[in-house]
Design a binder for this molecule. Structure first.
Ligand code: ADP
Ligand code: MG
Length: 222
């Protein structure tokens, strides 16, 4: 699902540099990424999603070289192949929860907003326990509820790759387990792979593989 080779990245203005000689994620695999704050976990997810572009190296997702696509192609590829749960949720406050969940359909003509998609949005929200709050705007939702909206948005398109950045961070322990169940259940149903950054060590046994990110910081001991 993901193959990264000889990836190098640095933010404009210097400072942090990321170097990933090799990284692979299989179809349907569930991989957790752990590592200290500031080690580049979010940066890697953004590179895989094509939100950031590498300085050098290849990023291949589901047979497509993301790093070679134009900006418009990358946006479309992301919307049709990936679901991304952002660390800061990235919800739009001028839209109610329902429209935030269905947002990928609003911005991607290749995705058809039909009744099946609307039903899926409602079913996901019900499963997350926010089914009765679909008309509320994000500012009228708690952090945990906003997080669930972000998770529903990432799953509603049934992507083959789910990228999740601390998706369970703002939830209580019971909700964490329930949300991870939902994420895995949806992934299994869609045959999707899951790449999840997490600080919740109690959740790690649920993943097939755990990758410690400290090793990828440029200059880190191999
Ligand atoms: P993590 O998710 O592992 O906590 P990040 O990928 O968010 O780490 O950040 C890695 C490093 O890059 C940090 O030192 C952070 O300060 C820096 N960084 C993140 N975003 C930017 C940016 N837009 N411009 C410059 N530096 C950034
Ligand atoms: Mg981060």
């Amino acid at each position: 699902m993901i193959t990264v080779k000889d990836l190098k990245f640095g933010y404009a203005g210097g400072g942090f540099r990321l170097s990933v000689p090799e990284f692979k994620l299989d179809s349907r695999e569930r991989l957790a990424i752990v590592g200290p704050s500031g080690s580049g976990k979010t940066t890697l997810l953004n590179l895989v999603a094509g939100i950031l572009t590498p300085k050098s190296g290849d990023i291949d997702v589901d047979g497509t070289k993301v790093s070679d696509l134009s900006d418009a192609e990358r946006r479309r590829f992301r919307a049709t192949h990936m679901g991304f749960v952002f660390q800061d949720f990235a919800l739009l406050d001028y839209l109610p929860a329902r429209q935030n969940i269905l947002y990928p359909y609003r911005i991607t003509p290749a995705l058809k907003l039909d009744s099946a998609a609307r039903d899926r949005a409602q079913a996901l929200a019900d499963a997350c326990g926010i089914g009765d709050k679909m008309d509320r705007h994000p500012s009228a939702l708690s952090q945990g509820e906003q997080q669930r909206v972000a998770i529903c948005r990432a799953l509603v398109t049934q992507p083959k790759l789910i990228l999740s950045d601390e998706a369970t961070g703002n939830l209580d322990p019971d909700s964490k387990a329930r949300i991870l169940d939902l994420l895995f259940e949806q992934a299994a149903e869609a045959g999707a792979a899951v790449l999840a950054v997490t600080h919740d060590h109690e959740l790690l046994p649920r993943f097939e593989r755990v990758l410690d990110f400290a090793q990828f910081r440029e200059g880190a001991a191999a």
